[in-house]
Design a protein around this ligand. Structure first.
Ligand code: CP
Ligand code: NVA
Length: 265
């Protein structure tokens, strides 16, 4: 499996590398800036070439359109390992973690508090598909993409973290400044300051609520240290589940699937 990284990663890289090895495959990590893609080779040609050498392609990049173009021309599965718009593999591990804790997903309330970013988008799309109620609390300027909200369907979008957290089974947050958003870091920090997972917010959730964060965390910013390391935190299981969820995904997409014919161009 080719694992193309145009952004940093700890968990995604480790979980894919380890997962592919555990399934008996060979992961090949490719840094975007070491590929001809960075010198203008087209996504189409990159997809055709990679398809001749590997059985699956994972890519972490900026633009969603690049992943879509690779997928259009590749003859092997292309997996989004995080883009500006989505982080689907993270959401798979998140749902696995929630199901481990509550036994089922249907009818549970997930409250995401913070930047309406890629992680929020994937949680809205996958959470609602799994029958969960998803609420997203963000400042207006960093609210989730209305098109994704509409696609997800039954999502509560609010500017009030308390409204989102009320009666929630899961409280979730992510960084205030995502990779690629560094230019407006100061504005994000000032507007997102009121969107922190803390004890007061946890008190609004159900007594058995769990706390999730996709990591990397910035204790004191989007989550307090008490919650991150506290007894309601399922964050470390959540991180480990990246491995298990992705192995299941690879089993579905690659291992149990007939090999494709080579791409013709
Ligand atoms: N949660 C997540 O995707 O972590 P990494 O950026 O370390 O891969
Ligand atoms: N929203 C974050 C997630 C990191 C795993 C980012 O895109 O940087």
């Amino acid at each position: 499996m080719a694992l193309v990284f145009e952004k940093p990663s700890t968990r995604t890289r480790l979980s894919f590398e380890v997962g592919v090895r555990e399934l008996g495959g060979n992961p090949i990590v490719l840094r975007g800036d070491e590929m001809q893609l960075s010198r203008g080779e087209s996504p189409r040609d990159t997809a055709l070439i990679l398809s001749r050498f590997v059985h699956a392609i994972g890519i972490r990049t900026f633009e969603d359109e690049l992943v879509e173009e690779l997928a259009e021309y590749a003859s092997v599965p292309v997996i989004n390992m995080l883009t500006a718009g989505h982080h689907p593999c993270q959401a798979l591990a998140d749902l696995q973690t929630i199901r481990e804790r509550f036994g089922a997903l249907e009818g549970l309330k997930l409250a995401y508090v913070g930047d309406g970013n890629n992680v929020a988008n994937s949680l809205m799309l996958l959470g609602t598909k799994a029958g969960m109620q998803v609420a997203v609390a963000s400042p207006a300027e960093f609210a989730p993409d209305p098109e994704i909200v509409a696609r997800a369907g039954d999502v509560l979008v609010t500017q009030d973290p308390a409204e989102a957290a009320d009666g929630a089974h899961v409280l979730y947050t992510d960084v205030w400044v995502s990779m690629g958003d560094e230019a407006d870091a100061d504005r994000r920090r000032s507007l997102l300051g009121a969107y922190r997972l803390d004890e007061a917010l946890l008190a609004r959730a159900r007594p058995d609520a769990i706390v999730l964060h996709c990591l990397p965390a910035h204790p004191g910013d989007e989550i307090t240290e008490e919650l991150l390391y506290g007894e309601r935190s399922a964050v470390w299981d959540q991180a480990e589940n990246r491995l298990h969820a992705q192995k299941a995904l690879l089993e579905l997409l690659v291992t149990s699937r007939p090999r494709n014919l080579p791409a013709s161009g």
